[in-house]
Design a protein around this ligand. Structure first.
Ligand code: S3P
Length: 171
């Protein structure tokens, strides 16, 4: 039987991709890949530093390279994709074709309650709730386009989200 492919978690900042992804990877005995960690390992700089010194477009190139690298991996993995990965049409095509995609969906108020001001996310420097509300509306249709499954995480613990994703995992 063909090996099931990669399991990729998509969703907004604060939706719990990394925390749930780590638990899912452990439960399935698969490698875990975090997109931003890949960027930071490749550049030796934080995401914030890349944004501040090179700008968002340059960061998006690195983000795409991290996703392509993860999807090219031989061993089926659990991938926490960065929140903006769906902005690029090529990324959306690669996700649809090369993985099982689970969208961790949350209301902006819940996201805002989970991100801490001034953390590693430069886009949230000012007015996190306003930014998360705007981006959620702008990106909703993009997440819908790539998702094979949707998990509404507002009322769920990270462990519950992970357990639900394990149920959805292929193979
Ligand atoms: C971003 C999400 C962040 C990070 C960067 C931009 C976005 O990753 O890539 O701050 O545009 O939604 P997480 O989704 O892991 O927080």
């Amino acid at each position: 039987m063909a090996e099931p492919g990669h399991l990729v978690l998509v969703g907004m900042m604060g939706s719990g991709k990394t925390s749930a992804g780590r638990q899912v990877a452990a439960a399935l005995g698969r490698p875990f890949v975090d997109s931003d960690e890949q960027v930071e390992a490749a550049t030796g700089r934080t995401v914030r530093e890349v944004f501040e010194t090179d700008g968002e477009p340059a960061y998006r190139v690195l983000e795409r390279e991290a996703l392509v690298s993860a999807l090219d991996g031989e061993e089926p993995s659990v991938v926490a994709a960065a929140g903006g990965v769906v902005l690029d049409a090529g990324n959306r095509e690669a996700l649809r074709r090369g993985a099982t995609v689970v969208w961790l969906r949350a209301r902006p108020e819940v996201l805002a309650s989970r991100v801490t001001r001034g953390d590693h996310r430069p886009l949230l420097a000012d007015d996190p709730l306003g930014t998360l509300t705007r981006l959620t509306e702008e990106r909703r249709h993009l997440y819908e386009e790539v998702a094979h499954h949707v998990v509404d995480v507002d009322e769920m613990t990270s462990a519950d989200v992970a357990a639900r994703i394990v149920e959805l995992a292929p193979g």
